[in-house]
Design a protein around this ligand. Sequence first.
Ligand code: ADP
Ligand code: MG
Length: 242
Amino acid sequence: MSLLTVEGVWKNFGDHSVLRGIDLEVRPHEVVSLIGASGSGKSTLLRCVNLLETVDDGTIHLDGEEITDPRVKVDDVRKRLGIVFQAFNLFPHMTVLDNITLAPRQVHGAGRAQAEEQAFGLLARFGLGDKARAYPDQLSGGQQQRVAIVRAMATQPRLLLLDEVTSALDPELVVEVLGVIRELKGSGMTMILTTHEMSFCRDISDTVCFLDGGVLLEKGPPEKIFTEPEHTRTQEFLRSVL
Ligand code: ADP
Ligand code: MG
């Protein structure tokens, strides 16, 4: 049974159809990458899954429940999802520990001691054990983004959405963030990610989806997409980025 099922999803902004009938299934523990040119609809698709956008047609099911049903409580759906964006969105006036424990305490009703114990565990696991009391501006960009991922994991999401989480980083800091994602995959985390790091995408993905003008043109295992893509558009895109 799939964890996430996207069926026939359309999203329009005015008369511009940004997603044009997207079908996508994500199985438990699967890592799915969305690739495609800037403006092809990758972020919009992730935002639809997280209900930051409402779809104009089609359905999205999470764990068998239709989350695009207007009667669904958005907060209940978001509790089951983690999302991390390109720019680190840590709260600057809060310590790393408070950033991480905020949602578990306020949204999930965890007690302080329990939330902090879990946060310390996650920080240690991702090599940030000594940063709990630091403020975001005392950390490198790579460390901030690792904290942002830890924060998303603190609510134990069913599915983690990562939108170009390395794009704002200097090249030498990218590798540490990719290491975190690799570790999450090792632990069986289900993820959908968008990335411009093609070698990483090839290495980590179970399934790669190529989006072109809001159409999911082609999907398959990375060996297939990267070595023998079926569509000329996919070939052109890969030639332009590899
Ligand atoms: P990608 O992440 O692949 O670069 P996006 O999903 O961000 O692409 O954008 C897809 C298209 O949708 C682009 O043409 C973008 O300009 C447009 N778009 C995204 N968000 C909005 C919005 N809130 N209002 C109008 N157009 C938008
Ligand atoms: Mg984007």
